[in-house]
Design a protein around this ligand. Structure first.
Ligand SMILES: C[S@@+](CC[C@H](N)C(=O)[O-])C[C@H]1O[C@@H](n2cnc3c(N)ncnc32)[C@H](O)[C@@H]1O
Length: 269
């Protein structure tokens, strides 16, 4: 079976993404909601920010605790994060590999903006189990993942909106000419990746158009993500929508947010 792990890892290694992500600041609404719940509980404790990218989340987590480490498997991302925050502990590390820290070392593991969706299914399960091992008994895992309920909303590669997302204006012809090569390249990549798309009842691996169809991404329904977390040894799973609202079970099937942010805790006997 095709393993898209290397494709995604090589793509993230491209320094163009580090430049792009270095512009990002601020937390998104579900992160704001979750950290307002966790702030006091995590004060001064050990935090691990996985897939930290260029450090968008770093200053926000440092406000909670100075005992902070940011890791990413892209060297370009880590170098950029180090330039932005030279005093911070950043390291290159891959979430699909075992970490060197001992059991229960961290009070928070945070894997933001769907970084986990770059991992194939088996690697994802291994990573969730490893995070569980690394978490203190009263620790928290916070991560986001693409939502299967959004899939009908994914634009087709040939969609006009992909070529021209802005409202019509005098600049429209100019914008179209500028975007045309990327649009055509996207359709070509999409056609090439079609054979790697996998659709199961529980989850799908999709080439959804992210960054010009360069990535294959894991999409999972809310109910299935909760079951997957239970199977990996977590409880108290709380999903949050893009608007920052915590979701009720009655909303799970109807939510079409592109991604959902999950807060959960390891089960300890
Ligand atoms: C969408 S970016 C988000 C970056 C940052 N968290 C932010 O919110 O700006 C996803 C990040 O996860 C990283 N990533 C993906 N899979 C990873 C893995 N297995 N181990 C470590 N980092 C990973 C990528 O290199 C990328 O920097």
């Amino acid at each position: 079976m095709f393993n898209y792990y290397a494709t995604n890892k090589n793509t993230w290694a491209d320094s163009c993404f580090a430049k792009q992500y270095a512009k990002n600041i601020g937390l998104n609404p579900p992160e704001i909601a979750i950290f307002s719940i966790l702030k006091d509980k995590l004060s001064g404790r050990k935090l691990l920010d996985i897939g930290v990218g260029a450090g968008r989340t770093t200053p926000h987590l440092l406000e909670i605790s100075r005992d902070y480490k940011g890791v990413d498997y892209s060297l370009a991302m880590i170098e950029t994060a180090k330039k932005r925050y030279p005093e911070v502990n950043f390291q290159v590390a891959d979430a699909s590999q075992p970490f060197e820290e001992k059991d229960g070392a961290y009070s928070l593991i945070f894997f933001s903006v769907n970084g986990i969706d770059s991992l194939p299914h088996e690697y994802r399960i291994k990573a969730l189990r490893e995070f569980n091992r690394l978490l203190a008994p009263d620790g928290y895992l916070v991560f986001s993942s693409h939502n299967l309920g959004f899939v009908p909303g994914i634009l087709k590669p040939w969609s006009w909106k992909r070529l021209h997302p802005a409202p019509m204006s005098l600049l429209t012809p100019l914008r179209i000419v500028k975007r045309m090569p990327r649009w055509i390249m996207g359709m070509w990549r999409c056609a090439k990746n079609l054979k790697h798309v996998e659709k199961y009842k529980e989850y799908s691996i999709l080439n959804d158009g992210t960054e010009g169809y360069k990535f294959l991404q894991y999409y999972i329904s809310i109910a299935e993500q909760i079951s997957q977390l239970h199977a990996c040894g977590y409880s108290n799973v709380r999903p949050f929508g893009l608007d920052g609202q915590e979701l009720e079970p009655s909303q799970y099937d109807s939510r079409n947010d592109i991604w959902i942010t999950y807060l959960c805790q390891p089960v300890r006997k």
